[in-house]
Ligand binder design. Structure first.
Ligand code: SF4
Length: 1023
């Protein structure tokens, strides 16, 4: 028997003895261990706080000090590996630059002053109190009726996808409790297009599969730089390759991902819809789509209203376009209904009005020749990869597609992602081993922060944040946001349980469970990140809480954003380091006296110094345990939020005003402990999980829960006030007192390659979503090779290697349910969250029922597909000269942004010496041919300019970016990473801010910016 070095380290560390088991000769390892730092250290479970691969860590502590942080060898999804960022986590805790004292900057001052924590917290609470009261809107008239809106528009709160789930939950609860509508986290700027794209297609806005399962793919098509940006998870791609899988890398640049691929497909930024549209056309016309899967599990056979028209009919527009409003009237985007109100169907897929025939006609224009002209991909290469990728279909084969920001950050980001989802649906690649859509998230907890609703448009668990006009009462809200079929029919149970979790005994049946306490938005088109930054610039938003984010660098049109922050009355930054945002008043070139913003810096704690859970990109929640105390005044973000909530309650204590009841009635007892008032995080987790508010009996009258007991599953939630639940999706994560399933760290056992004993994957610990589709309509596996779950007729239930994402005892031939929690769902409806239980090829997305290509707002060409150049419903922010757009005569080069392995969110890695010394500084990557034309040598300083700004960086002249031939004309592309700013540990960590170049534009659904396809000019810089 052998023992790996990692096994030895782990066991040696935790037991303090060299002898682990009988028969193992440890002598040589023992001798080596004598000098190890971690000898006799205690190991605590940790999670890497950088990216959303969520590498599990072990934090070694000796004498109350962290001595080392390593990968956890038992972790099934990462197998003990860490990339450079994960390996340097140690320096987030132990770092001379870390701030452990509270710092205050008075208005107009040129220096920080150290202040006591208590004084700071009291001042912050008072600023919130004052600004809330001065900008609060209690009621508005909608028509001639008064509607309670309880809305404060003068304060913005930017939470974070690097904070824990529980912290995000507390932010969502407190901020809504005081009426904030300007609420966001960094997911808005990186992956917000993911949620509606995946949601509209499959029913949930989350990655469909599991990283470990990627090894079972026959073809993998990354459309991001997976190997460098999410390095540890790329091992599953390489394992698939070892098993014979082909890799097709679609990316404007040749990167390390391309180096591992069988085919590199260079694509002009912003044209992915044409590429995927070409693949959809190819799959249909060459009959490579998975016919039986398409008929059984997608809405291809449903008949659409005959008056519905697509851009193929209307030269670039769908029916219902209103040019004045820049929006669609979607009244023709609907199905023909039968007598039962269900869409009519044609299972032969021949009816000219069926979705499949619409799809065929819509994409008929997306020919290989069009792909070549628009995307710059040679026709022969396109046809080769089309054939290879579309071979990953049918009973025996599956393919996986991954994506990240190249598709998200666009004025049609949702539709770019939708287009690959649709390709996966027609190839039968969802819900099956080796299939799926891999959404690669950047920050560690993008998934969790999104799930917990620190976003302006939704509440924890994805119910919509109410709007004043359509949702004046709870009845209106539930009626308009609850579909007639699919699992979302349970929405009232989720919403009422959430209101009970927030307002407890004050939420009664008589007062609609305190529905009026929730702030109501004025309109859907407001309050997102870009909206409220402009609000700060215009001095409408006056106060700002910023936790774990760095909008001075991360925001689009960042130069404008920094001025916006300087225009505030007060700013609170909670972070580990003095970020560029904290130092906004002393940005180089800015006179501190010119800004009157009052700044409060509160020192925070990294993951290693607090308890909580992080949900990685595959929906896996992992709990990390506080390993050491934080230095000085530093403490968890949760402690800050809970303390602030308590102080606000105290400030409002004497108030009799109705508008203050939401603050005073907010359930807010998290038992803060010790001198730093650290809350009990398991109490927060229990609230998120759900609990009974009173003794509960089941439908047969048998006792089910005692008052206060945790809910075992979200299936037991109710809409009568007897249950409270902070986030229904996480129901079951804490099924019994003291049982935290996110804390589980059980190695993968036997055939359970999806490792169900490691952490908790929502919903209900399912590892591959929509897995009903891994069996055919009759419930049998499509093939032995690709089996996952199947119907066991003997046991009358679904069985197999994953938790079924389907009613466990609903037979494949079960008729459509007419009532109950699965209303509208029958035995072949694998996409249970969708109203008709089908994967949606046709869906109501704001800018089209199918994805249609439009050029980026800054483009080297007109749209070659139609007369409509740009997304006709995209958001263009009207801020005059602050948002001028470029034209190709003045700005001839396509600019795309990207990131590096060694750096991450700008507030973290530039303060870490081990990471900062790995890169020489800021640069822009240009091809050799372009460099030669401009007389630029590798290493020269160059100026990169857009109408918004110009920045100076070093030129990195490489063979990795080739020119594209677009509609017969040569177009050069420039690549530029975005990590740098004016704060950083060393010279190489500081540099000009890439996001200064980016325009203020937004996708119409999510308002994510267009960072990936801009126009720029480049010239040699004058020294
Ligand atoms: S940054 Fe991502 S890939 Fe690297 S160690 Fe951390 S979680 Fe893993």
């Amino acid at each position: 028997m052998s023992l790996s070095r990692r096994d030895f380290l782990k066991y040696g560390a935790t037991t303090g003895t060299a002898v682990v088991g009988g028969g193992i000769d440890l002598t040589p390892v023992e001798a080596a261990a004598a000098s190890l730092r971690i000898k006799e250290a205690k190991a605590f479970p940790g999670v890497c706080p950088y990216c959303a691969v969520g590498c599990a860590q072990l934090i070694y502590v000796k004498d109350n000090k962290i001595v080392d942080i390593e990968g956890d060898p038992d972790a099934p999804h990462t197998e003990g590996a860490l990339c450079p960022k994960g390996s340097s986590t140690y320096q987030l805790s132990l770092n001379e630059r870390r701030i452990s004292k509270c710092m205050y900057r008075a208005p107009g001052s040129d220096k920080w002053e150290e202040k006591p924590l208590d004084w700071m917290m009291e001042q912050i609470a008072q600023r919130l109190h004052k600004t809330r009261d001065e900008t609060f809107v209690e009621s508005v008239k909608v028509g001639d009726k008064p509607v309670t809106v309880n809305r404060c528009e003068g304060i913005a709160w930017l939470g974070s996808s690097v904070l824990d789930n529980e912290e995000n939950y507390l932010i969502a609860k407190l901020s809504r409790g005081i009426g904030l509508v300007n609420l966001e986290n960094s997911a808005r700027l990186c992956h917000s297009a993911t949620v509606p794209a995946l949601g509209a297609s499959f029913g949930r806005g989350a990655m469909t599969t599991n990283l470990i399962d990627v090894q079972h793919a026959d073809v993998i098509m990354p459309t991001s730089n997976w190997a460098e940006c999410h390095p540890v998870s790329y091992k599953w791609v390489m394992k698939a390759k070892e098993r014979g899988a082909k890799i097709i890398h679609v990316d404007p640049r040749f990167t390390r991902t391309s180096a591992t691929a069988d085919y590199h497909v260079p694509i002009r930024s912003g044209t992915n819809i044409v590429f995927f549209g070409g693949l959809i056309r190819y799959a249909i016309e060459s009959k490579k789509y998975f016919h039986d899967y398409v008929v059984a599990f997608t809405n291809a056979s449903l008949l659409v209203d005959p008056s519905f028209k697509t851009p193929a009919d209307l030269d670039g527009l769908f029916s219902g376009y209103d040019a004045g409003k820049r929006s669609y009237d979607q009244s023709t985007w609907k199905f023909q209904l039968d007598a039962d109100g269900y869409p009519k169907q044609d299972p032969t897929l021949r009816d000219p009005t069926c979705v499949f025939q619409h799809l065929r006609r819509h994409y008929a224009r997306y020919t290989p020749e069009m792909v070549e002209r628009v995307c710059g991909i040679a026709k022969d290469l396109f046809l080769t990869v089309a054939d290879v990728y579309c071979s990953a279909s049918g009973p025996d084969k599956t393919g996986t597609i991954s994506y990240a920001l190249q598709l998200n950050q666009s004025t049609n980001g949702v539709q770019q992602i939708r287009s690959l989802c649709m390709l996966q649906l027609i190839l039968g690649n969802i819900g099956r081993p080796g299939g799926g859509v891999v959404a690669l998230r950047g920050h560690s907890n993008v998934q969790g922060a999104t799930d917990f609703g620190t976003l302006y448009h939704m509440l924890p668990g994805y119910p919509a944040a109410p709007l004043q006009t359509p949702h004046p009462t709870l009845t209106d809200y539930l009626e308009k946001t609850t579909p007639k079929g699919g699992f979302w029919v349970n929405n009232p149970k989720f919403v009422v349980s959430l209101l009970k979790a927030w307002w407890g005994p004050a939420a009664t049946k008589e007062n609609d469970y305190a529905y009026d306490y929730l702030p109501k938005r004025e309109k859907a088109d407001a309050y997102s990140h870009q909206h409220f930054v402009i609000g700060m610039h215009q001095k409408k938003v006056r106060g700002f809480i910023c936790m774990g984010q760095n909008p001075a660098v991360d925001s689009p049109n960042a130069k404008m954003s920094r001025q916006a922050v300087r225009n505030l009355e007060w700013l609170v930054v909670v972070d580990l380091f003095e970020t560029d945002t904290a130092a906004i008043w002393k940005e180089p070139g800015i006179d501190p006296k010119s800004s009157q913003v009052e700044v409060f810096f509160i020192p925070a704690a990294p993951a290693a110094e607090k308890d909580g859970s992080i949900t990685n990109t595959m929906r896996l929640a992992q709990w990390h345990v506080k390993a050491v105390e934080s230095p000085g005044d530093a403490r968890s973000d949760a402690a800050f939020i809970v303390d602030l909530g308590n102080r606000l309650k105290e400030l409002y204590k004497a108030s009799k005003a109705k508008k203050d009841r939401p603050v005073l009635d907010l359930v807010w007892d998290y038992q803060p402990q010790g001198p730093k008032k650290e809350p009990n995080m398991e109490l927060v987790l229990k609230e998120c999980n759900g609990y009974a508010t009173d003794d509960v009996t089941d439908k047969d009258g048998k006792p089910q829960y005692k008052k206060g007991e945790p809910m075992k599953t979200f299936a037991h939630l109710r809409d009568d006030g007897l249950t409270a639940c902070g986030n229904w999706l996480y129901g079951g994560i804490y099924p019994e007192e003291g049982k935290n399933l996110a804390l589980r760290r059980e190695k993968a056992k036997g055939g359970d390659y999806l490792a169900h004993g490691w952490g908790f994957a929502w919903p209900a610990n399912r590892r591959i979503l929509y897995n009903r589709a891994s069996a055919n309509a009759a419930g049998k596996p499509w093939s032995e090779k690709k089996k996952l779950i199947w119907w066991d007729a003997g046991q009358k239930k679904w069985v197999g290697n994953d938790v079924p994402d389907f009613p466990g005892t609903m037979a494949p031939d079960a008729p459509r349910q007419t009532e109950g929690p699965f209303k509208g769902i029958g035995g072949v409806d694998a996409f249970i969250m969708n109203p008709h239980g089908k994967g949606q090829l046709f869906a109501s997305v704001l800018d089209g029922a199918f994805p249609e290509h439009y050029e980026p707002f800054e483009s080297p060409t007109r749209n070659l597909l139609s007369k409509v150049d740009n997304n006709p419903v995209a958001k263009v922010y009207d801020i005059g000269d602050l948002n001028r757009l470029g034209t190709p005569d003045k700005y001839p080069y396509v600019l795309t942004t990207y990131r590096l392995t060694e750096h991450h969110a700008a507030g973290m890695s530039r303060h870490v010496p081990w990471l900062s010394e790995l890169f020489f500084g800021h640069f822009a990557e240009i091809g050799t041919e372009m460099a030669k034309e401009l007389g630029i040598q590798n290493g020269d300083m160059i100026t990169v300019e857009t109408p918004r700004a110009q920045i100076k960086v070093q030129a990195l002249v490489t063979e990795r970016i080739k020119p594209f031939i677009i509609n017969g004309k040569k177009v050069y592309q420039v690549g530029i990473p975005w990590h740098w700013g004016y704060q950083g540990v060393m010279k190489s960590a500081r540099g000009d801010i890439t996001n200064d170049l980016v325009a203020s534009l937004g996708d119409p659904t999510t308002f994510i910016q267009e960072s990936k396809a801009l126009l720029c000019n480049v010239r040699k810089a004058v020294a």
